[in-house]
Write a protein that binds this ligand. Structure first.
Ligand code: ZN
Length: 379
């Protein structure tokens, strides 16, 4: 079955049209829906398939390593480069490598790359549009190849989900490895992202399903309205530290501050107690786990890693996500709110899970008590 169609025209973004808006306008018409004529769409789809089929494999592979990208980012945006030099260096990159610079290209403060910003966006947009069309044509075949039927119970939409209330008062941790077979939980880390967050919410809504989000304090400060919207739509917000450090490298006190600052900010923004925590990189210490338990907070891990942060090609990402889901047959799926390829791939993933008879599970803390109600009871 074709993916559920969702129009993105009615999305409300609380920001002025920006380069990100252009990117989304160009690339993120979901599934099979398009405002273009069917003849145009068919022609473009054919072109996409031909391009996918005939491109040398190297066109779809990253050409520079993660370490090199990190180094290049440091160099290019350090101030040592002039604007034209910076643009020239970025324009030399292939689209698949350019995606790693999406945040920099998307920046509201575009002075660093003003002359080439639109052109760089266009290249990324073209890449994703081709990939979306390729997925639109190939997803059924990929599903057939990589995802076995989990159950025969296929619903009209992936959701509605089952909800599991978790008593966080004794800490503990959530691991998807122990879920009943065919149940999967969707999680999105590293947000909130002011553009991709609302899009992810909209895609989830189109399949009548909700997810667990893990927000980074610093990003909440930049974009508080995004988690409010995610929460109001029925998703569950947890935290993911204040600044996303590798916590075992911090002192215990610094780790505690990372945890508390994020929880306090999210609680203040949402006016509820928040009790789920995910360690950045999944890297924890015994002492910090004990600290979470002491505070009645539950560690939330995962067992299905899409590797979306590492795989910029949505077709490859879709393949990897299905392989991992199929291998585990249940569990917590890790994705990231900040990755454009995840937004392109997500409608196809939800549709594939639905087709294969997987069912969604949402984890919710038992004591989601409004903070205002708690404070008014305090003398
Ligand atoms: Zn993270």
């Amino acid at each position: 079955m074709a993916p559920i169609c969702t129009r993105r025209g009615n999305l409300a973004f609380n920001q002025k049209p920006s380069a990100a808006w252009i990117f989304l306008t160009l690339t993120l018409t979901l599934g099979a829906c398009s405002s273009k004529s069917s003849a145009q769409t068919a022609e473009e789809t054919t072109q996409a398939v031909v391009l996918t089929a005939t491109s040398a494999p190297s066109q779809n592979e990253k050409h520079i390593s993660d370490a090199k990208i990190k180094e290049l980012k440091g160099e290019l945006f350090s101030g040592r480069f002039t604007q034209p030099e910076r643009c020239a260096a970025l324009e030399k990159l292939r689209p698949i490598d350019l995606i790693a610079f999406f945040e920099e290209i998307n920046s509201e403060d575009s002075a660093a790359i003003a002359p080439c910003q639109e052109a760089l966006f266009q290249r990324i947009s073209d890449f994703f549009e081709l990939k979306r069309m390729a997925l639109n044509s190939a997803h059924a075949e990929i599903e057939h190849e990589l995802l076995n039927k989990c159950s025969d119970q296929v619903s009209p939409t992936f959701g509605p989900e089952q909800v599991k209330s978790v008593n966080t008062s004794k800490g503990g941790y959530i691991s998807g490895s122990y879920f009943p077979r065919c149940l999967v939980n969707l999680t999105f880390d590293d947000g909130p992202h002011p553009v991709f967050g609302p899009l992810i919410v909209q895609i989830l809504k189109s399949q009548n399903v909700h997810a667990n989000f893990f927000s980074v304090g610093q990003r909440v400060l930049e974009s508080p309205q995004t988690i409010v919207e995610e929460y109001k739509e029925g998703n569950v917000i947890g935290t993911h530290s204040w600044s996303h450090p590798n916590m075992p490298k911090l002192s215990f006190n610094a780790g505690v501050k990372e945890i508390d600052d994020a929880f306090n900010l999210v609680a203040n923004v949402l006016h509820i107690n928040v009790s789920f925590f995910r360690f950045p990189y999944g890297a924890s210490t015994k002492d910090l786990r004990a600290y979470l338990t002491q505070g009645g907070r539950t560690e939330f891990t995962w067992n299905i890693d899409t590797l979306d942060w590492k795989i910029p090609d949505p077709v490859k990402l879709f393949r990897n996500a299905l392989k991992e889901v199929n291998r585990e047959g249940r569990g917590v799926i890790l994705m990231h709110e900040t990755q454009p390829q995840t937004v392109v791939m997500l409608p196809f993933l939800l549709e594939a899970l639905r087709n294969a008879g997987y069912k969604p599970l949402l984890m919710r803390p038992l004591d989601t008590v409004p903070v205002q109600a708690v404070t008014t009871n305090v003398p």
